[in-house]
Unconditional design. Structure first.
Length: 276
């Protein structure tokens, strides 16, 4: 029997969705809304923080506290909000341009601090909202509006970067697997410390047509074929160069988060000063 799906925090007054036909943002939004319902979260206990970009529009469709920030700085605002109110469930929505390129340094240090935040990065391999320029995740050789002869730079692996920086939970799925994506979001929210869920998604208006994927079906098929397990990835010669990416849980630790460490440090200082 199919599991009942509810989306109690969907802001229906903002519908219809503004994204392009075939865009995966709606699938990620649905996965997030279903995850929040599964965890029985109340809107007053949730803060959605967004940056600038196509995915940054998602806060309009969620009936919860929202903070729409500047380009590349969503994690800094989220860090401040969590530090001020540790009881909030802070969820940060960013794209690859916003979260890993302009905001790449903040991503590294938020993971290093192990802030108790959940970041969902929708990676469509380019700056989709501002004209299709290449980002830090655009594959080498890909055609974009700023690399008409092929991207001369190498894209980095977001999950490997965040795992190496010290995040407690790191996972990746594509929008071709919506239910698995929802499960990763649930696990990320439940994990104490910094969690990153990367959602691989098609940009059907700009990136796909420029790279021999003429329609949304072709892009979804490509994502489904290229998303493989770690074991499968390791068995493919030059897998990364061929465009394959690992799906599933990539890191799962239980190291102390920033707030826990900070409060322990503060308590030690207070004890030394005799409770003053």
């Amino acid at each position: 029997m199919a599991q009942a799906v509810t989306r109690s925090l969907l802001n229906t007054s903002a519908l219809p969705l503004m994204w392009c036909a075939g865009c995966g943002n709606g699938i990620v939004l649905n996965a997030l809304l279903c995850a929040l319902d599964e965890l029985q979260m109340k809107k007053e206990d949730v803060l959605i923080v967004t940056g600038i970009g196509c995915w940054g529009k998602a806060d309009d469709y969620i009936s919860a506290n929202a903070l729409h920030t500047t380009h590349g700085r969503a994690l800094t605002y989220a860090t401040g909000a969590k530090a001020a109110n540790p009881k909030l469930n802070v969820i940060v929505l960013m794209g690859d341009g916003d979260g890993t390129t302009i905001g790449g340094n903040h991503l590294i240090h938020t993971a290093r601090r192990n802030m108790d935040l959940t970041a969902i990065i929708v990676n469509n391999l380019n700056y989709g909202m501002t004209g299709g320029q290449y980002s830090a995740t655009t594959p080498s050789g890909a055609i974009t509006s700023t690399s008409v002869g092929g991207n001369p730079e190498r894209g980095f692996d977001v999950c490997d970067l965040v795992r190496a920086a010290g995040a407690n939970f790191v996972a990746r799925e594509s929008v071709a697997s919506g239910m698995r994506l929802k499960s990763r979001i649930v696990a990320g929210i439940q994990k104490k410390g910094f969690s990153l869920i990367e959602a691989m998604s098609p940009c059907t208006t700009l990136f796909g047509p420029r790279n021999q994927m003429k329609n949304p079906v072709a892009m979804l098929r490509s994502l489904k074929e290229r998303g493989v397990s770690q074991a499968k990835f390791d068995s493919i010669e030059n897998a990364a160069k061929q465009g394959y990416f690992v799906t599933g849980v990539i890191a799962d630790h239980n190291d102390p988060d920033f707030t826990t460490s900070y409060e322990a440090e503060r308590a030690a200082i207070v004890a030394v000063k005799g409770g003053k």
